[in-house]
Design a protein around this ligand. Structure first.
Ligand SMILES: [Zn+2]
Length: 609
């Protein structure tokens, strides 16, 4: 029977394969098995020739490539040839005549042998496989055990977690762990690596699996900090690697089915990169769409049709601790201020009707709340009110000793669906008890509907809405036959105002348009000024057209608007009282300007209340 390419990969050919690589492919091996990788700019001899568990001779790059090859892959990559040519080159070198060449690797043999064959190069967009999940799970458990079995050693970590609302029970339940630092003399940042290193020596594919799961960090020789931790001892082929999460608390993240998807790490101090996901380029981890806690909450989110969405992990535990039903959590963390469409879809599919977005009260948080609210059009979205600037929910909820039930939250949220008589959005709050220096205080946890979000504070710069002047100017008169006709006209104008152009028109056309602050429209302040709205709009247009204050007398304005001086004076005074019009008198001459905002101590607010 002729030999096939598979036979030539056997360990019997280890020596000839190495010689072939050296003499034909110019890959020089030092110490017999290591070389500078021919496929990347290598300074650390990260390329290895080895024999795997199936007695096959293989090659591996521990460096940038992070890939595994057989001799044919190497020939094809080095000589830019195809698979049959690679087989011929190798067979000729070996001086073998009776070799059967194959067009491809998958065209013969039984199914089983096809499955054993690796594709030529690693497929980078491959999904996380069960093997990767398995090593992620093992690693998360390893760090969890390390933390819990060495409580004295990691006392600082335990204390830190406790301070942030994560006690030992929670550490156990959520599989939270700790990965010691590079500086740690005992573990040298390699607690996990050292645990597995003997297994890796026998099985580089297992190592590769850990690496693809993002669990190891390559210590860069050019990096001023990392290079001092490289272990140069001879024979230690993993000296350039350390645990990825060194010096961090580890939080495993699972998907809705409870399968582990990845880990995030948090430093206990606030220096450097505080949070870490396995986001190196060559890992299989997709951190997009992660919802921390979804595996534990899925059943209860369904049950209560309510979800609380927070931005940080410690915010997650703040709500978790506050909950009267700790075994029935309804909170998830988006691990940032963005919730992607897939996650919204997932929550909507679970039947969520009440979204509470409790992001931090800073610019990013407010923007996140606003963006999310826009995406979730059909459900009630509310946010945690009464947070101070830059405060996060974990701070706000700290010290609260009253539990809040999920049922109560849903009930409150339901109440918010009811329209108030004034048409204003309804808020809901829990009265809570808070312990402060041995004294019990009463406080409120306030949920506000997102309609209340102060849009002005969300945007760095207030925006304007634009309208075509010619569309509304003819309507801005007071020559109505009767009251009903006037009301009709005002309603027309209001619906006109509610359909603005949200982006500025091209500059050359802007003279045909007038603009109003979006806040004036969105917060419906224009609804409050009644009939004087007509005068207000007319004056606003005049002022913008001429780019200066209006100095016309009341009789001239009355003429424009087809009415009497008396009417103009009445509405002028109404606008002045509403602080939407600034009027200055100089002798008998007036000078008017339309305005929308006044400043007070809390920043810019609408003048009309
Ligand atoms: Zn390489």
């Amino acid at each position: 029977m002729p030999l096939t390419y598979r036979d030539l990969k056997n360990r019997r050919y280890l020596e000839p394969t190495r010689n072939f690589a050296e003499s034909v492919l110019n890959i020089k091996f030092l110490n017999g098995d290591r070389s500078y990788c021919p496929f990347h700019e290598d300074t650390k001899d990260s390329f290895r020739i080895y024999v795997n568990g199936k007695d096959e001779v293989r090659f591996h790059c521990f460096g940038e490539c992070g890939k595994d090859w057989d001799i044919y892959d190497i020939i094809m990559l080095k000589d830019h040839c195809d698979f049959p040519q690679a087989q011929k080159k190798f067979a000729e070198y070996l001086g073998l005549r009776d070799v059967e060449f194959h067009r491809g690797r998958y065209q013969y043999h039984d199914e089983r042998s096809i499955e054993q064959e690796e594709p030529i190069a690693c497929v980078d967009d491959e999904d996380l496989t069960n093997e990767h999940r398995q090593v992620l799970q093992e690693s998360a458990e390893f760090y969890n055990n390390l933390l819990l079995s060495r409580k004295e050693e990691f006392e600082k970590v335990i204390k830190y977690l406790k301070k942030r609302g994560v006690g030992e029970d929670t550490i156990r339940k959520y599989n939270i762990g700790f990965c010691p630092a590079l500086k740690d003399e005992k573990y040298e940042g390699r607690a996990l690596l050292n645990q597995y290193v003997d297994k890796f020596k026998d099985d580089l594919t297992l190592y590769q699996c850990f690496r693809r799961a993002g669990l190891f960090l390559l210590l860069d020789e050019d990096h001023i900090y990392y290079k001092q931790f490289i272990d140069h001892r001879p024979g230690n082929i993993f000296g350039h690697y350390a645990d990825y999460f060194q010096n961090r608390i580890t939080f495993p993240i699972s998907n809705i089915e409870g399968q582990i998807e990845g880990i995030i790490g948090r430093r206990t101090d606030n220096r450097g990169l505080r949070w870490l996901k396995q986001n190196q380029e060559d890992t299989y981890i997709q951190s997009k769409g992660w919802l921390y806690g979804i595996d534990k909450a899925v059943r209860w989110i369904k049950h209560y049709q309510t979800v609380i969405i927070v931005e940080g992990i410690f915010d997650y535990f703040a709500f978790y601790n506050l909950s009267e039903n700790k075994d029935h959590p309804i909170v998830v963390s988006t691990l940032g201020t963005r919730i992607d469409d897939t996650s919204i879809g997932l929550l909507t599919d679970l039947g969520v009707k009440h979204f509470i977005i409790a992001y931090d009260w800073d610019k990013a948080g407010r923007q996140g709340i606003s963006t999310t609210a826009k995406k979730i059009a059909d459900s009630k979205v509310s946010y945690l009110g009464s947070l101070k600037e830059d405060e996060d929910p974990a701070d706000k909820l700290k010290g609260i000793i009253t539990g809040i039930s999920n049922f109560g939250i849903r009930h409150l949220q339901k109440g918010m669906h009811v329209k108030s008589r004034s048409g204003k959005p309804v808020m809901a709050s829990f009265l809570v008890q808070r312990q402060k220096r041995n004294k019990i205080h009463h406080d409120e946890v306030l949920f506000k509907p997102t309609e209340n979000l102060d849009k002005e504070r969300l945007q760095s710069k207030p925006t304007d809405y634009w309208y075509l002047k010619s569309d509304v100017l003819p309507a801005l008169t007071y020559d109505n036959r009767n009251r009903a006709a006037l009301n009709h006209k005002i309603n027309d104008i209001r619906s006109f105002l509610e359909n603005p152009l949200k982006d500025p028109p091209p500059e050359q056309d802007q003279d045909d348009y007038f603009h109003l602050p979006s806040k004036f429209i969105e917060d419906e302040h224009y609804m409050n000024i009644g009939d004087s709205l007509i005068l207000h709009l007319r004056l606003a247009i005049e002022q913008q057209t001429r780019e200066r204050r209006i100095k016309e007398s009341d009789s001239i304005i009355a003429e424009w608007m087809k009415t009497t001086r008396r009417t103009i004076r009445k509405y002028k005074n109404q606008l002045k009282e509403a602080r939407l019009l600034d009027i200055r008198m100089k002798g008998i001459h007036q000078s008017m300007s339309v305005r929308y905002f006044v400043k007070n101590s809390t920043g810019i607010v609408m003048s009309k209340s």
